[in-house]
Design a protein around this ligand. Sequence first.
Ligand code: AMP
Ligand code: MG
Length: 295
Amino acid sequence: MGTRISVQLWHQDKDRGETAVETVMEEFRRLDRKLSPYIDSSELSLVNRMASLEPLVISEELYRLLETSLEYSTLTEGAFDITFASIGHRYDYRKGIKPTESLIDRSLPLIDYRNIRLDADKGTVFFEKQGIRIDLGGIAKGYAVDRGIELLQRRGVQHALISAGGDSRLLGDHRGRPWHIGVQAPRDKGNMAAVLPIADSAISTSGDYERFFERDGIRYHHIISPDTGRSADTLQSVTIIGPNATRTDALSTSVFVLGAEKGMALINRLHDVETIIIDKHGKMITSDDLADLTQ
Ligand code: AMP
Ligand code: MG
């Protein structure tokens, strides 16, 4: 998944604890093989090659993930949109490659989640336009973290932390105390903008400093606004705290695209999530019920 995975847990039995960690790592490898857009044999790559030709039968797991992604598209009025990849796949942030402005403008109509048709009875996906591509990068790490936590719970683990890059979930507390999770300062690598005491929750951060390059004073980064086909440029980072990592992952990407005002309105309307937004001037804004936590 192009990111560092970390698993911490308590188990009375050292060998069983180590096996549990290995089970989580294997689950991440399985999901990477299935969902990576960079692996030709992944199910996701197959969908990108075939789904605009005819409805394609897909695995139940991928079907559910697509369904969940579309639910977030509806909830966020299109800010979360896995068809961002129709343009997004033309960027290579490591090599500093970007599509031309005219190619972005021409491809913009391909970004629209309403062109993805799911058929629950047949278990198929169909893209209604040629050239559409999808990428689950905004939700798959959170999903994998949730899957990992589920596997640990089945093994009787009660205290654990799994993180995959900016997405983490905590099972239980840190043996009687909350876990302390840092929110990275976007323009000051290695330093924290806040440290949050939390337990039994998930936390995700989306930032413009994770994958980016700069050219002519413009920062090209990996979170794409479906309205413009270009990097969302009103914030530096968004952190979401909520019940599970699939939700916090999808919502952190969404709020990053929505910006401070619309993003905050959405989070304050949802009762199970809180947010810390750092705007483009480095100013921190928190949702209604989080203020006490961060003082
Ligand atoms: P995150 O770090 O969770 O915010 O995820 C960022 C990743 O989400 C990017 O690397 C893309 O793979 C994907 N992504 C970018 N823009 C969008 C968008 N508008 N909707 C859904 N996923 C996106
Ligand atoms: Mg995300």
